[in-house]
Design a protein around this ligand. Sequence first.
Ligand code: PEP
Ligand code: MN
Length: 365
Amino acid sequence: MVIKMEQGAGNPEITKICSFLSGYIKTFYHEDDPEKQLYGAINPGKDWTLINVIGYIPDKQHLNEQLSFFEGIEEVIIVSKYSLVNKEYTQGRPVKVGRDFPDGRVEVSLNGNEFAIIAGPCAVENESQIKAVAKFISGLGLKLMRGGAYKPRTYPSSFQGLRDKGIRLFRKVADKYRLLIVSEMTEVAQRDLFSQCVDLVQIGTRNMQNYELLKAAGQTGKPVLLKRGMMADIDEFLGAAEYILQEQARCGHEQQVILCLRGIRTFDNALMRNTPDLATIAALKQKKTGLPVIFDPSHSTGDRNLVVTASKQAAVGEANGVLVEIHPEPQKALVDGPQSLDFEQFLKLLQILNPLCELEKRVLT
Ligand code: PEP
Ligand code: MN
């Protein structure tokens, strides 16, 4: 439910409505559990303020009637699927990934004129591998590095990642090179570790509909990179983003979600690991949401020879960045070697992306 305030409505009216909302469930349903109370997330827009009602509403008609007793409301919009992801609510709001290092803050802001390059290995394998990549990408002036420590693998016989040891190792190396890190969270129990060590919490394709995990990611207080489920439609994808945004709002954290398209599973896998959902970047932005959208050319194609082309398509196709797998020696990678670029190939990718981004008046970051 979204409450659209009248143009002249000010703080007193908004505060009254929000405090009514926070006591509504207790008053009418005699339910004390703080988790079950409603919460009004305020979006002060240019022309009017929106209040998004967060939480389960047992009877929307009843709440709507109650709201008619308040002043300053222009319209109550009953939304059935999602509201915080919607264009009206997210438009223009930047998503900031940042960290304070002893010698100052490093920050990347998506949604403006920046095109984010997030590069790194599929998996954190050992210290020398992570150091080599960190040194290389920080030497290029890039700020964001990827690397999985908890790896959700199709087969239990495959390398499962270095787990919490891997996260701590990744943080230690990233601190040395002043890098921001992205890593995948796979369990609710990892919440505090990720909150401490990781700068952008990734939710992988297999976990896009793990709703308890989505809420835990929202509780970390870190921005979240949400990958599209390989078999999820767009409503399901945005519903998952809404879970995270609502939890962030409820916890008093900034609402910070980056969407990541990474290819979907279709009937056709003769040429590529997945079917790259490239035109979806622009369609999402034009029709649905103002959240930043990045593209993963590595998992969507599964082929290093297609990574450059898919990245170019993403850059001219309205993406806010790319998430690219690179490895010092792809032939020795424990995971996803065939889709990883080596350093030389990655440099070529940057050379190709640079003029494209300039053309679109954006800077690589
Ligand atoms: C990854 O980026 O490390 C990953 C496992 O990707 P996905 O969840 O898209 O398969
Ligand atoms: Mn991978």
